[in-house]
Design a protein around this ligand. Structure first.
Ligand code: AMP
Ligand code: ZN
Length: 671
């Protein structure tokens, strides 16, 4: 072994262990900084020594692979559903059914929490991760390997295993704190928050860009090993073994000798589940002996040896006092139920979301109704029903507002929209201040010395009506305001001045165009390089840009078609804000590959795959994930996928090497 290979192996081993300490054990032993330094060192070595490349290296966690169409794969062993139970009687019945088949044997059960996410089947060969497939219809699922690789708690290489090849099944979940963080970011981008962690987790698995998946705080909890000739006698031992291989198996499993012990476990977790960092909607009870499991077998849809017990959704009943309406910065109206405070799942609930007008209509809500509030998959409690028997005969039904609670403008609801909107974009106070607050926020213009409250204060005092007005503010206007000392006024003015240097992509995000979050703003800035070019782009041109869909394109066109917005942008230009990429950002960028579409496949030596892609984009070309008639060139590295090769050949698309690409770029031989 060469010294370099040795070093690479050591770094990989070390990083694997740190990943495990951090993501599985939750006990990091080094700082993030030290980790990143080692990772960079490994990346550098791998780049310079592609001969040691490894698909399961810790450097693969960052993703980057694009999957346009997920391949359908048949499960080697079917992924079954579970029968449900809701009471002790149901569980006793199940036990009887089992005893009838097995003939009154001594039984032992395991109880595990039922993790609420998306099921996944992970395949390992010779201690290495090879494939991940979703449950699909149980017989066939989608190959989501590239996306799953980015989940840090899933081991890519196992510690000293003794099973040659096996499958392990688990649930991909989104822990609650991570889910809340994602939602905060969405709200900042003017997008509707995700409804619940489960759907968000399963949606994440089908994202095309694995680099995007890598940014999501997903986790994977494992619950079953599927292997021919399992050397262990019980389910519990098998899980314990899986844990020793590096898998994340929750500690909440218990062995129970009888239904009484099972009930203890159920009752314990019925309340304690609210303390967990993730969601669970029940418990799965399994026969522990693998021999008995085999004898019991399966019905047409589920194993006879396992049973799910579903917790009742946490519910409470209370009185609806009033419905109020919130106006978002995009003008979307959200009805909110104001309730007589009631305890639910360990917290006091005073407000519940009513989502939109349809929901109020569906449950035929009346004022002073006794309503049922539930905390299910959603973070914000919701109203699920009304106690009709206790409704007073003269109760008034809730009439959805027709006009904006803030500015009095008549609301509109376009076809296909879930919500009503206040169309008074430039006159509605909440929309105005909301937009300015977004503009100054940390991820946008990051203006020091001005927060949500100062925006309201300035607005109330008639000093600003839009974000461009900020740049007209003078000291003598700000100082006399209440709670504004000289020093804070100076901070504010200086902060505004300094924001003129904030790069274009942030300014674009700060404009608050609906659906244009940080990432999209970055994409657009890179692609168009100036606000003028972006404003000149037609809808058709916009949807051609990588990852810009019709919804985003329409929103951008609408925004720039608006005369008020055009005036604001003109003003920002005059104040000297960065409305194009500056020279240094543009350095090394050309238009040489304009209009050319590339597909990159295989492993490269001179550059990493990402560097190659960046080089194409920097020179104005476009990189797509799959070969089609529109593809101009395929750049092939080692181990290019055989199906890609056939496809390129059949369409007559030139396949070139990475060196040929660079030569052509130098000689500008594209025409
Ligand atoms: P259902 O989809 O309601 O039929 O429930 C079956 C699903 O529960 C399985 O496909 C698993 O993805 C999921 N599940 C979650 N936790 C567990 C667990 N501890 N044991 C078995 N299955 C589980
Ligand atoms: Zn309004």
């Amino acid at each position: 072994m060469t010294p370099v290979e040795k070093k690479i192996n050591e770094l990989r081993e070390e990083l694997r262990q740190h990943n495990y300490n951090y993501y599985v054990l939750d006990q990091p032993t080094i700082s993030d900084y030290e980790f990143d330094t080692k990772l960079k060192e490994l990346q550098e070595l791998e780049k310079n020594h592609p001969e040691y490349e490894d698909h399961n290296s810790p450097t693969q966690r960052v993703g980057g692979e694009i999957t346009k169409n997920f391949q359908t794969v048949t499960h080697k062993n079917r992924m079954y559903s579970l029968d449900n139970s809701y009471s002790k009687e149901d569980i006793l019945d199940w036990e009887k059914r089992i005893q009838r088949i097995l003939g009154d044997v001594d039984l032992e059960f395991t109880c595990e929490l039922k993790y609420d996410g998306a099921s996944i089947n992970l395949s390992y060969e010779n201690d290495r991760f090879v494939r991940a497939v979703t449950r699909g219809d149980g017989f066939m699922g989608d190959d989501v390997t590239a996306n799953i690789k980015t989940i840090r708690s899933i081991p890519l290489v196992l510690k000293n295993g003794k099973l040659n090849s096996f499958d392990i099944r688990g649930e991909i979940i989104l822990p609650l704190d991570g889910f809340e963080k994602m939602n905060r970011e969405r709200i900042e981008a003017g997008e509707d928050p995700y409804r619940n962690p489960r759907n968000t987790a399963s949606g994440s698995l089908k994202l095309q860009d694995s680099a995007e998946v890598a940014t999501r705080p997903l986790d994977c909890l494992l619950y079953q090993v599927v292997v021919a000739d399992n050397p262990f006698k019980t389910h519990f031992e098998t899980l314990k073994y899986a844990k020793s291989l590096g898998f994340k198996i929750p500690k909440t499993i218990r062995i129970c000798k009888n239904v009484e012990e099972i009930m203890d476990f159920l009752n314990l977790w019925d309340t304690k589940r609210h303390e967990l960092p993730y969601e669970t909607d029940g418990v799965v009870i399994k026969v522990n002996s693998l021999h008995f499991q085999e004898e019991l077998g399966y019905t047409s849809k589920s194993p006879r040896w396992a049973l799910a017990y579903k917790f009742k959704a946490e519910q409470a009943s209370t009185i609806l006092n009033e419905v109020t309406y919130q106006v978002g910065r995009t003008g979307a109206i959200t009805p909110v139920a104001n309730l007589e405070p009631v305890e639910l799942a360990g917290t006091i609930v005073k407000r519940a979301s009513l989502h939109n007008a349809d929901q109020i209509e569906k449950i035929d809500l009346h004022l002073k109704d006794r309503v049922y509030v539930e905390k299910g998959g959603e973070i914000i409690p919701k109203i699920v029903g009304v106690d009709l028997d206790s409704r007073a005969p003269d109760a008034l039904s809730v009439q959805y507002i027709t006009h904006c609670p803030d500015c009095g403008t008549e609301l509109v609801r376009k076809e296909g929209d879930a919500k009503h909107f206040c169309p008074n974009e430039f006159g509605c106070p909440t929309q105005i201040t909301g937009r300015i607050q977004h503009f100054v926020s940390r991820k946008a213009m990051n203006i020091d010395g001005i927060g949500a409250e100062s925006v309201e204060l300035l607005f109330k005092n008639d000093l600003i009506h839009n974000f461009a007005d900020l740049y007209e503010l003078r000291m003598e206007q700000v100082v006399p305001l209440e709670r504004m000392a000289e020093k804070s006024a100076l901070n504010l003015i200086n902060g505004i001045e300094a924001s003129k240097n904030i790069p274009f992509e942030k300014v674009l995000f700060a404009l608050g165009i609906r659906f244009v979050g940080e990432t999209v703003a970055k994409k657009l800035a890179r692609h168009y390089k100036s606000i003028d070019a972006l404003m000149a782009a037609s809808f058709e041109e916009l949807v051609e840009v990588d990852e810009i869909g019709e919804k985003i394109a329409e929103s951008i066109s609408l925004f720039f078609d608006n005369e008020g917005n055009q005036i604001l942008i003109d003003r920002l230009k005059n104040y000297g804000l960065q409305l194009s990429m500056d020279e240094s950002e543009l350095a090394g960028q050309t238009e040489l590959l304009k209009g050319k579409v590339f597909v990159v496949s295989g492993v490269f030596e001179i550059m990493s795959r990402n560097e190659l892609k960046k080089s194409i984009e920097d020179n104005g070309g476009k990189v797509t994930g799959s070969i089609s008639k529109k593809t101009n060139f395929v750049i092939a590295g080692a181990n290019m996928g055989p199906s890609k090769k056939t496809k390129a050949e059949s369409l007559g698309i030139p396949i070139i090497s990475e060196q040929e690409y660079l030569d052509m770029l130098l000689d500008n031989l594209w025409l």
